[in-house]
Design a protein around this ligand. Structure first.
Ligand code: EPS
Length: 376
């Protein structure tokens, strides 16, 4: 299973092609659109979210609501494009308009200009923008439908924004649906209030905030991943997927056990008659690069968004003079939305690993193989 996406933030559309899904998976179009709507929410989001409706169009690979086994092409039109055709037109455009030469520290502006030989970061930021996460959310939604058929659910919640931490608690993926009723997708009401105050403070100061998101996967069968090949380990796939999301600077799986003794850290196993059970999950659902049947718990650490409206010291790459960074439209805090994106990339990475482990040309074959594994 693989996918490729394309699209500029103010281009015509975002597109993706997913290849390798089995035939016979029912596609719930409303579910995909609802995932896209979830991604647009969150206290601290910018004006762009009011412009886009984010509705997916499926161009191939699905007939009468079921996958055919052929590549699935997805498209999300950018409604804002009509206001940007003079800048983003693929045949003709005005290169003197909306130029960004005062590169933003922390964004891809500078590195992208050096890498591709540009003196206008517009060419870079249009692709580097977190707008790209909309199409990855659509791909992740399809992956979630595949996982759901196998009894696997993915949820997330925000555990910190700008240094405000929620109280620690353990949740299953299905419980985390409650996070959606919080404007910051936080399960702790007291922390929610303080996080919102912190976002208000940042907005007033023309500043931005980062934070920490936890993703939980429930229902994983034992034995997905590898202890044999370094590049087929489940944690290798998940850490790479999570690390690929804009703003993520760190990824952990399970609890921090670095200060504990081994006797305290490892999740003891007890007989159930037919298998094993554990009372703790410090390992976060993965041992030796392989799923162990416990919930997979991943934390992503996100830096504050680099578009700081008050401006940061930087260099104008055209004049080579010291200036303040360019005030592009942006979010104050995208951590709540990042939770939805992180669920999506995790769902896709898991679908890919499950497909690698069990194969299957039809959905019925995959369901059968996974249920046989569960019965072991
Ligand atoms: C985003 C779309 C972007 C930004 C934001 C996220 O749209 P625009 O640039 O038109 O406002 O709002 O992008 C960033 C934070 C970034 O750093 O690029 C989206 O759809 O999520």
């Amino acid at each position: 299973m693989r996918f490729l996406d394309a699209g500029e933030s103010h281009g015509k559309a975002l597109v993706a092609i997913i290849e390798g899904l089995p035939s016979g998976l029912e596609i719930d179009f409303d579910f995909i659109d609802n995932e896209l709507t979830r991604r647009k929410q969150g206290y601290g989001r910018g004006e762009r979210m009011n412009i886009e409706t984010d509705r997916v169009q499926i161009l191939s690979g699905v007939r009468g609501g079921f996958t055919l086994g052929s590549p699935i092409a997805l498209m999300i039109p950018n409604l804002d494009h009509k206001k940007w055709t003079y800048v983003m037109g693929e045949r003709e455009c005005d290169r003197q308009k909306r130029v960004v030469s005062e590169v933003r520290p922390g964004h891809a502006d500078y590195v992208g200009c050096v890498k591709y030989g540009f003196d206008d970061a517009r060419n870079v930021l249009e692709r580097a923008s977190a707008r790209e996460t909309a199409i990855r959310t659509a791909v992740g939604a399809v992956a979630k439908l595949y996982l759901k058929k196998l009894g696997i659910e993915v949820g997330s919640h925000v555990v910190a924004i700008g240094g405000v931490n929620s109280k620690s608690a353990v949740y299953s993926a299905s419980e985390l649906i409650k996070a959606d009723s919080s404007p910051v997708r936080c399960m702790d009401k007291q922390a929610e209030k303080l996080m919102m105050q912190k976002i208000d403070e940042a907005k007033k100061a023309k500043d931005t905030l980062g934070g920490v998101v936890e993703v939980v996967v429930s229902g994983m069968p034992v034995g997905v991943g590898s202890y044999v090949h370094y590049d087929r380990k489940l944690d290798y796939a998940l850490m790479g997927a999570v690390g690929s999301v804009q703003s993520v600077k760190g990824v952990t799986i399970g609890n921090d056990t670095t200060a504990l003794f081994g006797s305290e850290a490892h999740d003891r196993m007890y007989p159930t008659g037919s298998g094993v059970e554990r009372k703790t999950n410090n390992a976060g659902g993965i041992e030796g690069g392989v799923s162990n049947g416990e919930d997979i718990v991943i934390r992503a650490y996100l830096k504050p968004i680099p578009t700081v409206m008050s401006g940061l010291d930087t260099v104008d790459i055209r004049t080579k003079e010291g200036v303040k960074s360019s005030p592009e439209r942006s979010d104050v805090c995208a951590v709540p939305a990042a939770g939805v994106v992180l669920e999506s990339v995790v769902a896709y990475a898991l679908a890919q690993k499950i497909s690698e482990c069990f194969g299957g040309d039809t959905m019925a074959e995959v369901v059968d193989r996974v249920s046989r594994r569960r019965a072991r």
